[in-house]
Design a protein around this ligand. Sequence first.
Ligand code: SF4
Length: 374
Amino acid sequence: MATLAEVLNERVHEAELYERRPDGWVRCVACGHACRIPDGAVGVCKVRFNRGGTLFAPWGYVAGAHCDPIEKKPFFHAWPGSLAFSFGMLGCDLHCAYCQNWVTSQALRDPQAVSPPADVTPERLVAEAVRLGARSVVSTYNEPLITSEWAVGVFRAARAAGLATGFVSNGNGTPEVLRYLAPWVDLYKVDLKSFDDKHYRRLGGRLQPILDTIRGLHACGTWVEIVTLVVPGFNDSDEEIRALAAFIAGVSPDIPWHVTAFHPDYKMSDTPPTTPGMLARAASLGREAGLRFVYAGNLPGRVGRMEDTTCPACGTVLVERRGYVVERYALTERGTCPTCGTAAPGRWDGVVRGRRDTHPERTRIRSWSLLDMS
Ligand code: SF4
């Protein structure tokens, strides 16, 4: 029986994000590792490989696809209450011990992680997104940077169908991949996991490429939201939280920052969960640093008003949320505060999607299943 790696090695295209070397080696530039790969070898992510001096990258399958509330990505400042058709391949360039998507992200490293691929075309995925009423198509579940060519293939079809596009990513990018993605990606969520390079090295990465990615995305006009999973004993010191918030505010105080609660998972089942008090403390340090939109996530209904968007000028509640559900939407069609007229940063299209009676979780729109493709 073929191994998972053998199955995936048949589902590839020549990569676009690489340089050939005269000695048969290649240099991949899809993520911050910038692997130099000899003939016959794989990169750190284990899904891109050099065969005969050509770099191959995943193509033509998904390991998961679901129609989710866009708040689940999370994007809070992009078409609230809409559906985000979400798809993912396999593999990751990091190996976080607390990964909550480890079944897909670590499929090629961990024999416990089994998530078989299903063959599909970009057009077929987008047809499902349109059929289900999605507003956007989002590459997520695994690390999308390492499968950027496939994501752009899907996004070309999505744009042709009038849909927006998004990445849910660890942000371990390169200037080359950001230039490649810029024309095709409307929304980009970055997981900023720590502000300590030593911590990042424990996860298999480095801090600097992530900081450069956030600056680069903002500079080219992509809508960016940032998530920090607050993990007790790992990144929750006041000093580190202040440094994270100061960095984001230095790029732009309008970037939404989601501080979210850790639940024991994968190889960190002994670490206690993040409490509402810890999130409140982190959010307060974020506001002190000058951030205008700070949210507390993963503890719906337990964090007071920290799931809501409020006008930074007058305090009016603009979007009231509970978990992924938009309870009330008060922005004007132009995306401004109805009380004082201040513009809210983000992507709004004048359509109020977040009413309680029209929200996907309230009306229970069926999740799309891979079985529907057969
Ligand atoms: S995507 Fe990253 S980890 Fe994978 S081969 Fe390219 S540079 Fe290396």
